[in-house]
Each structure stands twice: as structure tokens, then as C-alpha cells.
Design a protein around this ligand. Structure first.
Ligand code: LLP
Length: 413
């Protein structure tokens, strides 16, 4: 679901020609569509109507305060993985009672912060962490609600860097070994055991790995029930894939069906932690052409965005559509590599992209970069991080200033 379309040959975000934003704010710039975020969120929420559930948007996908505020306004909860993310969510007006906290290495400071804010629960990922949380909870005299993150040992068929639910991964507690930690959680002073969960990976396009993981969680829930322990929450993580090129991702409805059945059988509240599905298609990265060059007949289009601004192609070999902002019918396209100015060969947004001849200053758009775009940006090569803009109908607003050279050296001596 996207609100990025051509009108009179020019790419628009909702009702705003994106070229206008680039001329006003400069490039590179991330541009988000508020309507797309809302639509994506509501489409998923609609699939769970009638089932007790909370959609805890995964902050790591796009943590801009305005984006978080937008989602809080829609009633979303939040999935966080650091104290910094908790700080952002609270600043954006997020409800602490709808925050879940995952991660294999929460520090004492982060645990204390979460307990003081009385978040919904912490996802515990190891016996050592459970003991640590219990100790902090007793110290602060604030009981800690915890769910146990299970490693269901399933193959999600996604990029190996973003697969998280196999036994060789650092995440969670192996599903066959989880009974003991759940029971310990029910007994430990300071701990209130509230449920189980998993997150098996990201950009998962078929439903079968989810179903497999769900079966393992249900099996565990059954054993726990046999031991007299009830599950209040089942946190099924995130991971639903989106369409970048030709993928045919599982629809939210197909994804929801088995989960809803499980929720009814178990009589529990479902927590979801989607990131990419909510914001992925809601963002583009606009960049300007610096020049074209040829190296031994190979055509390169050099643009002013680079791997520091958008890392997914370099890190995961991700391929995002790259479109000219202005389409000219007369222009003859030919294949080109679209590259940034950073001194690394991996600094390439696409190989053999069919593009018309491009003059300096013309704009290109990298599509579907709303998730894991700006959040992965760095200032490598001492390049200030780009600006972010939110479009709402026919208006736009800068929601993060472009960094300056002065920002680059802040705090240095
Ligand atoms: N919950 C947990 C515990 C997670 O670790 C993640 C993502 C999510 C939820 C959200 O997953 P999503 O619905 O967005 O798939 N940088 C990579 C993706 C890393 C995902 C990390 N964990 C990329 O650009 O593809």
C-alpha cells in the first residue's frame, strides 16, 4: 500500500511533487508518507479485530519522533530494544503500558529504566537475564512482568543476517529447554511471569515458518498448562515481508489466521511487533545525480546519496527500485550502475538499472526505504546524515534537520 505515484510525469508523495521537497530541503532526503503508514498499520490491525491484541510497532525500523507520534496516535504500542528507544517512545507520548522490551543483552541501567517506567513486559532471553531482572526488581521494589522469548529453531528463508530463530542464533531460549526457565519465572520473587514469545526473523515472505514457530509455542504453552502455568500473552514478534521487487509476500490476513486460532485456543492476548510492514513502503530516499561516467564501457550514475545514508544494498545485497523523479517519454533508457561517492565498491544502490540519460541535478528516488533506512545511516566518510520529511496530503514538514559539518565533530577534541 503506497501513496507514491506519478502525476503528469512527476513522482508525487501523496499530493506533493517530491522534486519540490528536494529543491526546498536539498538532497539526499528521506520522504515519508503519513497516509501510507496509517494505511499499513490499520490494514494489519483490521485482521486482528475481535481478538485481544496489541500491535507493538518495532521502533528500530524507523525511530523518528514524528513517526512514533503518528503511530502512538493510531493506538500502537511499541517494541523496543534499548534504553534509547524507550526514551524516544516516551518523548513521543507512547503509552508505557503498551511497551515490550526485547534483546539478548539488556544492561542494568536499561532494565532499571524499563521497570521504573512500568512497561508492559520484558522479553527475557536467558536464565542469567531472568535472575538479573529479578534482582533489579527486588532492589527497586517494582515487580517485573516478563515473557520468555523462545528460540523455536525454524528456518525463515530470508537473508542470513536477518534470520533470528534457529538454534545456532543467539536469540531466546531453545524451545525444548524453555519449560525450566518459565517455571523458574513463576517462582522467582520480583518476577511476574506473563507469557511466551518469539521473533524468527525479518522480511519473511511465506507463512509456513510462522506456522511452524507457532506450533512450537503452542506445544510449550500446552506443557506449561499441564504444569499449572497459564500464558497471558503470546508475543509473536515481527518479520512480515514486503514487496521490494517481484516478491509475493504473505498477506496480513493469511498471516493472522493461524495466530487468531491459536489465541482462541490458548485464551491469550496477542502481541505483534511489526516494523517493516508498517513503514517500509512509506518512505523513499531522494538523491541528485552528480554526474555520469563510463569506465571501460560500463555506465555509472554517480549520485549524492551513498551507503552511509542507506546501507541495505551494501549490507544485505538488497535491491530497491530506483526511479527517475521526472519521466520523459522521449528519453532512451540504458543499463547503469547507480553508485554513491563513498570510497567502497559496495557503495552501489543497483546494478544494471534501466535509466534514461541523466544530467547533473536530476533527481532519482530509491523506493521502499521507510524501514531500516535512516536508522542505519552513519556519517562514514564524514558525510552528514540526511534530512527526513513527512508528507501529509498536500503539505510537508521537515521532521529531522539535515546534519551539518559542525554536527559531525560535536563532542570531539
Ligand atoms: N521484534 C524483534 C525482536 C526484532 O528483532 C525485529 C527486527 C522486529 C520485531 C521487527 O521485524 P520486522 O517486522 O521489521 O521484520 N536491518 C534489517 C532488518 C533487521 C531486523 C531486526 N529485527 C534490514 O534492513 O532488512
Amino acid at each position: 500500500m503506497r501513496y507514491f505515484n506519478y502525476s503528469d510525469g512527476e513522482l508525487h508523495c501523496e499530493d506533493v511533487p517530491v522534486g519540490r521537497i528536494a529543491r526546498r530541503v536539498g538532497t539526499p532526503v528521506y520522504i515519508y508518507s503519513a497516509a501510507t503508514i496509517t494505511r499499513n498499520y490499520q490494514r494489519l490491525a483490521a485482521c486482528f479485530r475481535g481478538i485481544p491484541h496489541t500491535i507493538c510497532y518495532s521502533v528500530k525500523a524507523n525511530s523518528n519522533l514524528t513517526v512514533l507520534r503518528e503511530l502512538a496516535g493510531l493506538g500502537a504500542g511499541f517494541d523496543i530494544v534499548s534504553g534509547g528507544e524507550l526514551h524516544r517512545v516516551l518523548r513521543a507520548g507512547g503509552d508505557p503500558g503498551k511497551i515490550v522490551f526485547s534483546g539478548v543483552g539488556k544492561t542494568r541501567e536499561e532494565i532499571d529504566y524499563a521497570l521504573r517506567q512500568d512497561i508492559l513486559f520484558l522479553n527475557v532471553e536467558s536464565p542469567a537475564e531472568l535472575e538479573m531482572i529479578a534482582a533489579r526488581a527486588r532492589h527497586l521494589t517494582r515487580p517485573a512482568r516478563v515473557a520468555v522469548r523462545i528460540n523455536p529453531d525454524v528456518e525463515p528463508h530470508t537473508h542470513r543476517h536477518i534470520s533470528t530463530g534457529k538454534r545456532t542464533h543467539k536469540f531466546g531460549v531453545h524451545w525444548r529447554e524453555a519449560i525450566a526457565i518459565c517455571q523458574r519465572a513463576t517462582e522467582l520473587a520480583g518476577i511476574e511471569f506473563v507469557g511466551i514469545g518469539c521473533h524468527i526473523g525479518s522480511q519473511i515472505t511465506s507463512v509456513s515458518p510462522f506456522v511452524e514457530a507457532l506450533h512450537r509455542l503452542e506445544e510449550l504453552a500446552g506443557s506449561l498448562r499441564g504444569a499449572g502455568v497459564q500464558i497471558r500473552y503470546l508475543d509473536f514478534g515481527g518479520g512480515i515481508g514486503i514487496r521490494y521487487q517481484q516478491e509475493k509476500p504473505v498477506s496480513p490476513a493469511t498471516y493472522a489466521r493461524p495466530l487468531k486460532q491459536a489465541a482462541r485456543r490458548l485464551g491469550c492476548h496477542i502481541i505483534l511487533e511489526p516494523g517493516r510492514l508498517v513503514v517500509g513502503s512509506a518512505g523513499i530516499l531522494l538523491t541528485s545525480v552528480i554526474l555520469e561516467k563510463k569506465v571501460a564501457q560500463q555506465r555509472f550514475v554517480v549520485v549524492d546519496a551513498a551507503m552511509n545514508d542507506f546501507l541495505r544494498p551494501a549490507l544485505y545485497g538488497a535491491t530497491h527500485r530506483i526511479l527517475p523523479v521526472v519521466r520523459r517519454r522521449s528519453a532512451r533508457p540504458s543499463p547503469a550502475d547507480v553508485v554513491g561517492p563513498v570510497c567502497e565498491t559496495a557503495d552501489c544502490f543497483g546494478h544494471g538499472i534501466s535509466l534514461p540519460p541523466l544530467a547533473a541535478g536530476q533527481f532519482l528516488a530509491l523506493m521502499d526505504v521507510g524501514a531500516y533506512g535512516f536508522v542505519l545511516a552513519s556519517s562514514y566518510n564524514s558525510r552528514p546524515r540526511p534530512a527526513e520529511v513527512l508528507v501529509r496530503g498536500n503539505r510537508f514538514q521537515v521532521i529531522r534537520q539535515r546534519e551539518t559539518w559542525r554536527d559531525l565533530i560535536r563532542g570531539e577534541r
